[in-house]
Design a protein around this ligand. Structure first.
Ligand SMILES: [Zn+2]
Length: 465
């Protein structure tokens, strides 16, 4: 009995080897066999040791076939009883998160505005698993923030798991005058920054928890922009942890989560538009490889209306520009020397071994190693990630001969149109920002000609449901 408890405790805290040791001592007892076997094989699986998983599953007559069908990775792990088990790093994140000093409130799913409170410059939001926070600039007042902005923030962060958080707004917030941009300092958002009005507020989201993400490359660019009089707002938050409670890796809950700080600050800065650096690869192409009419699609229709009801224009200034076009825009700006999309760089250059170094740094003439494991893995994957752009990068860098054979037919066509602007995308830019943005785009990029080859893109012969 004691061994069983110790085994379970070791397993639940991610001490896989210890858990296996206890399990081996009781696995021959008929009453304990089932649970002990489960602990042994799952602990190997959690460690990513698939050969042991295969071997044991065979030995135990396929009792754990279902494990082999589950996606690998550190994300979804369940205990011997089906409870979710978090990797140790995630457990450490969860247990080190702050919470408001004296206040305790339960999560309110009927009125999500009740989940927000302010202490000093820190804004808290209660969610079903804990608290998330933003450290706001001096002078922020939650009381003076329109409830529609709070509702939109909560929806964006929670709807993937809590459909009830999808709510209507009163629609009484008056649109502000200021444009703003969710700015990550990468190529796409820098291209958006270049083609937007000079007075655009650049909102940088800074992850509060330590992870493999390195902010140094971004900091170089942010400091430069601040020095040049650009309005940069830098907000620290831990909201990327929300999805880790649902077995996902740290990151944004949904597409617009990277701008929740700007949404909350909209009244303080009189913001009337929030822009995102979303290129063609994610707008008019589905998964970067199949054309769709983005403006008419459900995603854009829903979210542009949803932002509108909170007194905000949803602005996608580079929706008609590919990643290649974004690179071209940045290349014509002095900012290019301060930019690096690599998330593993040292603040000066990229690592040279990652996918971003291949398809973003490579076409800029920066060095990378085509034999690097990550680059080879992605090139050989079917479908290839960011496929259309990667094909263009291969062709532009004259690397077709080094590309995997299955890509050859796709590389036979001239792909130079891919770096040009797609005119039909004009209509999704809200009218009050349209002219200025289009003027900048056409001064920096060529324009795609009809019939648009973009509309023919279907790299893997797929049909969308
Ligand atoms: Zn890199």
């Amino acid at each position: 009995m004691i061994r069983r408890t110790l085994m379970r405790r070791a397993y639940n805290s991610g001490r896989w080897e210890k858990a296996r040791n206890y399990a081996r001592k009781i696995v021959s007892k008929p009453k304990e066999e089932k649970l002990a076997r489960s602990v042994i094989i799952r602990s190997y699986w959690n460690q990513g040791n698939y050969s042991m998983v295969l071997e044991l599953n065979q030995k135990w007559d396929g009792e754990f076939d279902y494990l082999l069908e589950q996606k690998s990775s550190t994300s979804d792990q369940f205990g011997p009883d089906g409870d979710r088990i978090f990797p140790q790093r995630v457990v450490a994140w969860h247990s080190n998160q702050p919470s408001p000093g004296d206040t305790y409130i339960e999560y309110d799913e009927t009125n999500v505005c009740n989940n927000f409170l302010q202490e000093g410059e820190r804004v808290w939001m209660r969610h079903p698993h804990g608290w998330t926070f933003w450290d706001m600039p001096l002078g922020f007042s939650l009381k003076k923030t329109h409830p529609d902005l709070l509702k939109l923030t909560a929806e964006i962060l929670l709807y993937p798991w809590y459909p009830n958080s999808r709510g209507k707004s009163k629609g009484s917030r008056r649109k502000g005058k200021q444009p703003s941009l969710s700015f990550s300092a990468g190529t796409d958002s820098t291209a958006a920054c270049i083609i937007m009005p000079e007075n655009t507020i650049l909102g940088y989201h800074r992850r509060s928890v330590k992870s493999t993400l390195d902010h140094r490359n971004a900091d170089t660019l942010l400091e430069h922009l601040k020095g040049n009089g650009r309005n940069v707002i830098d907000v620290i938050s831990n909201h990327e942890l929300i999805r880790t409670y649902h077995g996902k890796q740290i990151g944004f809950s949904s597409d617009f989560a990277c701008a929740t700080h700007l949404i909350l600050l909209a009244d303080m800065y009189d913001i009337g538009a929030i822009a995102f650096g979303m290129p063609i690869d994610n707008s008019y192409l589905w998964k970067g490889r199949l054309y769709r009419d983005f403006g008419e699609g459900e995603f854009f229709q829903y979210w542009s209306g949803r932002f509108e009801s909170a007194g905000l224009d949803l602005l996608l200034p580079i929706a008609g520009i590919s990643e290649a076009g974004a690179l071209k825009i940045c290349k014509q700006s002095p900012l290019i020397d301060l930019m690096n999309s690599c998330l593993r760089g040292d603040g000066k250059s990229g690592c040279g071994d990652c996918w971003k170094c291949f398809h973003k740094n490579g076409p800029l003439g920066r060095s990378f190693n085509i034999e690097a494991r990550e680059i080879q893995t992605f090139l050989n994957r079917i479908p290839m990630p960011t496929a259309m752009h990667a094909l263009w990068a291969i062709q532009t860098m004259d690397l077709s001969r080094k590309a995997p054979q299955h890509l050859t037919p796709m590389l036979e066509r001239d792909l130079s149109w891919w770096s040009q602007f797609y005119p039909p995308s004009e209509k999704i830019i809200p009218i009050r920002w349209r002219e200025e943005i289009l003027q900048k785009i056409t001064s920096l990029l060529g324009i795609m000609k009809e019939p648009y080859q973009l509309e023919q893109v279907n790299l893997y012969d797929e049909t969308r449901k």
